[in-house]
Write a protein that binds this ligand. Structure first.
Ligand SMILES: NC(=O)c1ccc[n+]([C@@H]2O[C@H](COP(=O)([O-])OP(=O)(O)OC[C@H]3O[C@@H](n4cnc5c(N)ncnc54)[C@H](OP(=O)(O)O)[C@@H]3O)[C@@H](O)[C@H]2O)c1
Length: 278
């Protein structure tokens, strides 16, 4: 039975729930892998997503051995495939009564054939598919979208045909799109008890994506993992929604994120791209 908004807001989210259930995408590499270890060490009921079941099981087995956490589960989907996202989400809905935290961490660098799908459409679709589980959380659920400080304005006239979605600067445009959709989702889903924030995990952290595409790393993946842990579980974030964080600090996104019309148009376009009913 759905409780009232007031009832939900009277509760604290994580503090009301000693072992939160957390789904982390891209848990097998970089920031996601480092964050998975932190969550596992805290005894979180952690669902480890990877592109393949084999990759997810490998992380689960390593973390079970290293941390002794017996509440580690796996979930697999190629996030460039909306059908696979739907299948994975359906299996999670069958297995779990609720989800306390969803972290959309997986991402691709710019210029890949699926950059826009993986960085924008996948987090949007997965969040929609898992919304019933988030809304059923005992306290306020948290949805974190891992964006970036690399943000570039989007030509929304080009997006519907996906002409504007790819190309070399697709990374910065995709990350701004994710911030814009997070702002909009926070506004639309607040009444359902779902808090939505987006974040920049750190600059040039030492991960595969940075090493292969963006040059010499400046920081450790662990830095980003600490940010994810903080924003996902800290009581300081109780009730906080609709914020873009630069690591742990509230920050201002690129100007287009504050254009309400642009956000609405992007929401409609992404809804169509994700194959969700308007
Ligand atoms: N590192 C930084 O300095 C930095 C800065 C700002 C933002 N970020 C963001 O942080 C997040 C994590 O990136 P990272 O730096 O940790 O890079 P990474 O080590 O390359 O990790 C990327 C993760 O995304 C997964 N992924 C990509 N495409 C996928 C697909 N089609 N299906 C399923 N999983 C897929 C990868 O899985 P596979 O191993 O199977 O490919 C991997 O687990 C990304 O959203 C990135 O944009 C990173």
């Amino acid at each position: 039975m759905r409780r009232t908004r007031a009832g939900r807001e009277a509760e604290t989210s994580m503090s009301a729930n000693n072992t939160p259930t957390v789904l982390l995408t891209g848990s097998n590499s970089g920031i996601g892998r480092a964050a998975a270890r932190r969550f596992a060490e805290r005894g979180v009921h952690l669902i480890l997503h990877a592109r393949t079941e084999e990759n997810a099981r490998q992380v689960r087995d390593e973390l079970a051995r290293e941390t002794g956490n017996e509440r580690l589960e796996t979930a697999a989907a190629d996030l460039s495939s909306p059908d696979e996202i739907r299948r994975m989400a359906g299996a999670l809905r069958d297995r779990h009564p609720h989800l306390d935290v969803l972290i959309n961490n997986a991402g691709l660098p710019g210029g890949e054939p699926h950059t826009w799908t993986v960085n924008v459409v996948a987090p949007f679709l997965l969040a929609h598919e898992l919304k019933p589980l988030l809304a059923a959380a005992p306290g306020q659920a948290r949805l974190l979208n891992v964006a970036s400080t690399a943000q570039a304005a989007i030509d929304l006239d080009l997006l519907p045909e996906e002409k504007g979605a790819e190309g070399p600067s697709s990374y910065s445009r995709s990350k701004l799109a994710l911030v814009m959709l997070s702002f909009e989702m926070a506004r639309r889903w607040r009444g359902e008890g779902i808090l939505v924030n987006s974040l920049h995990p750190g600059t040039l952290l030492d991960t595969r994506m940075v090493r292969e595409r963006y040059g010499a790393p400046r920081g450790k993946a662990e830095e980003g993992a600490e940010v994810l842990e903080h924003l996902a579980l800290s009581e300081e974030l109780d009730g906080v929604s609709g914020v873009y964080f630069d690591q742990k600090d509230r920050a201002r996104a690129e100007e287009q994120a504050y254009d309400e019309n642009a956000r609405h148009r992007l929401w409609e376009i992404t809804t169509r791209m994700a194959g969700l009913a308007a």
